[in-house]
Ligand binder design. Structure first.
Ligand SMILES: Nc1ncnc2c1ncn2[C@@H]1O[C@H](COP(=O)(O)OP(=O)(O)OP(=O)(O)O)[C@@H](O)[C@H]1O
Ligand SMILES: [Mg+2]
Length: 247
């Protein structure tokens, strides 16, 4: 791990025995578009200890989604290193990356991305299905997750029969099915009114209290303020990194 990163985080926490969910070192992502190079990330260092709850903020185009996609193994950096736990994911082939994505990362999107034909419980089960990992035990776990997000009475509803906040809660339950390294959420409250946003933030608080690692992107100051740490990006670089609460 990058020595600088390590020191940074040690300063921000009480130190000692930190386990890292993710670690980025010198991460660059460049896109070449019609002969022009776009520098989406220009050398990002960031260490995220297990149990942290990080809000990534910054202007449109500053590189937030690019960073989240890299953390989620949906994309590869042009250069630099990314560790998830002990794995340097920049050295892994596409199959291994898909495996990590399916088994260790929970995604939550602004637009929920639920499958309209499936019920609440079936949507929560989708990641297990992709892994060929369905069993009675896993069905039980999905029901428990549905209850945890307050949808125990809605197991057989379809997405169109749910409110936006309820749909996002299904997506959050789905993201937890594989007991992921971390939950990555890109503008999870972007489509929600303030009351429903508050419900989702309460749920994220609850997950954070359980020790889950959460990295979310948001434009909203009041959403960022609920996290434990705000990382601001500017033009593809970390502009500031402020701890609000201990891990
Ligand atoms: N596939 C791509 N091809 C070319 N350029 C891209 C691509 N994806 C992103 N970019 C560029 O990289 C930069 C960072 O984009 P990114 O989507 O990470 O920004 P963002 O901070 O998530 O913005 P927003 O708040 O609008 O979602 C932008 O200048 C964008 O135009
Ligand atoms: Mg974005």
């Amino acid at each position: 791990m990058n020595e600088l990163n390590k020191n940074n985080v040690a300063e921000q926490t009480s130190g000692g025995g930190l386990v890292f969910a993710a670690n980025l070192s010198g991460v660059k992502r460049e896109y070449v578009l019609k002969g022009e190079t776009v520098y989406a990330l220009r050398g990002v260092d960031l260490a995220v200890p297990k149990g942290d709850y990080v809000a990534i903020m910054g202007a449109s185009g500053s590189g937030k989604s690019t960073m989240l996609n890299l953390l989620g193994c949906l994309d590869r950096p042009t250069s630099g290193k990314i560790w998830l736990g002990d794995d340097d994911i920049t050295t892994l082939n596409d199959n291994k990356l898909s495996e990590i994505r399916a088994s260790r990362i929970g995604f939550v999107f602004q637009s929920y991305n639920l499958i309209q034909q499936l019920t609440v419980i079936e949507n929560i089960e989708v990641p297990l299905f992709y892994q060929g990992n369905m069993s009675l035990r896993s069905r039980k776990r999905c029901v428990e997750l549905a209850k945890m997000v307050g949808l125990g009475e809605r197991l057989n509803h379809r997405p169109t029969q749910l409110s936006g906040g309820q749909q996002q809660r299904v997506a959050i339950a789905r993201s937890l099915v594989n007991d992921p390294y971390f939950i990555l959420a890109d503008e999870p409250t972007g489509n929600l009114d303030s009351k429903t946003t508050a419900e989702i933030l309460d749920l994220l608080d609850h997950l954070s209290e359980q020790g889950r690692t959460i990295i979310l992107v948001t434009h909203e100051d009041d959403v960022g303020a609920r996290s434990k740490r705000i990382v601001r990006l500017r033009d593809g670089l970390v502009e500031s990194d402020t701890r609000l609460r201990p891990i």
